[in-house]
Design a protein around this ligand. Sequence first.
Ligand code: FAD
Length: 467
Amino acid sequence: GTADIECDMMVLGAGPGGYSAAFRAADLGLSTVLIERYSTLGGVCLNVGCIPSKALLHVAAVIDEAAAMASHGVTFGKPEIDIDKLRSHKEKVIGKMTTGLAGMAKARKVNVVQGVGQFVGPNHIEVATADGKKVVQFKQAIIAAGSSVVNLPFIPQDPRIVDSTGALELRSVPKRMLVIGGGIIGLEMATVYSTLGARIDVVEMMDGLMQGADRDLVKVWQKFNEKRFDKIMLKTKTVGVEALKEGIKVTFEAADSSVAAPEPQVYDLVLVAVGRSPNGKKIGAENAGVAVTDRGFIEVDAQMRTNVHHIFAIGDLVGQPMLAHKAVHEAHVAAEAAAGEKAYFDARVIPSVAYTDPEVAWVGLTEDEAKAKGIKLDKGLFPWAASGRAVANGRDEGFTKLLFDAETHRIVGGGIVGTHAGDMIGEIALAIEMGADAVDIGKTIHPHPTLGESIGMAAEVYKGVCT
Ligand code: FAD
């Protein structure tokens, strides 16, 4: 049939993956159409993910730090929280970012089409826009349709039961809150709500929180946060959720049947944060001949190409880890490959960060993973109790750990727990990408006194290779 719009490149979805792909494709000279169902660009990350959560976490960190100043001889009054103003602050932050993106799209002449897209053929997609259906014909495409929250089937519809999007709406601060799922998203939201005054329980099916991070890092976070939570229920399944007049009644079951299950509890708010699932099955991919797995992922090669040569896929849709910086990196590979460049996804490592208090950040091989795989590693560990800056800040509970190949002394991984850990983990990622060894890192002069200096120190203490 005839198309309403023709282009070199069609990008489906305007999250961090999609907008980055569209911008790079346009910069490389491809006429580009970007299709997004919502009125703002930025996807989950900017609208209901990374950015709003960090706006609220920053406020929580300031409140907590102000309270901690009492032991340094400075006492502030009890904070007065205007939740409407706090919410509108968060919305302003989002607005600033999404408006910026719209400007960047316009400057590059990226044609943004608002509506739900469904592939109708290998070179055509139909978009349901506010003024009817539009067909876009493309020479190449990048699918960046992202992921959606996973809902537990037995959970009823009730305004007191929310997902991360609902929690970020910040309608009110509950007295008692349950967070189902002890991953990064659940624990970040728990940090915000507890600082704002909620009493919080966390329930997690696995035997530990923040799966994927080394246990020694998580232990420090957990000890620091002992008072923040009423109960952390590990190896516990949530099996029933009932909406009652007096609250949400939740029943639990121990994953290990020899252990007694916690008593049922009634909460004012329940946050379900049990993971995200890819949107691969919701875009008519089969009409384009693009293969989608049973779970909704799209498989790609090192150029981010799907089984259909001229159609690429990136971001949460192509697999774990579901992180914005991974999506952006993949976006650039796909757009460059589409423009004929020899681009490949060749990152050695992708860092992970929990923006909790303290922050927990890790990259590359973890110690627990190495142990499980029988890989021999050596480590350099620098406790922040020996960092002048951390002690001066009154926050010396953390540590910095570097993991080295026992034979070559090259760095293969690292982890940091402490304030600003997320801002520092990039240096370890760079060291791994550059193939740096302990001497390279230990002999690099880091500024004193900084928290980042702990990375140099961790390399210096490693086997004394620098002495
Ligand atoms: P998405 O951001 O999911 O974007 C996909 C876009 O496609 C959406 O805008 C969607 O509307 C659109 N779309 C889908 N189907 C269609 C269709 N058929 N037609 C039109 N449009 C369509 N990651 C980090 O790295 N750091 C963090 O701190 C962080 N914090 C997070 C906090 C929360 C609460 C959540 C939920 C996530 C967080 N993430 C974080 C994860 C991050 O948001 C995702 O990894 C990232 O957004 C993935 O980008 P994407 O481009 O693949 O997809």
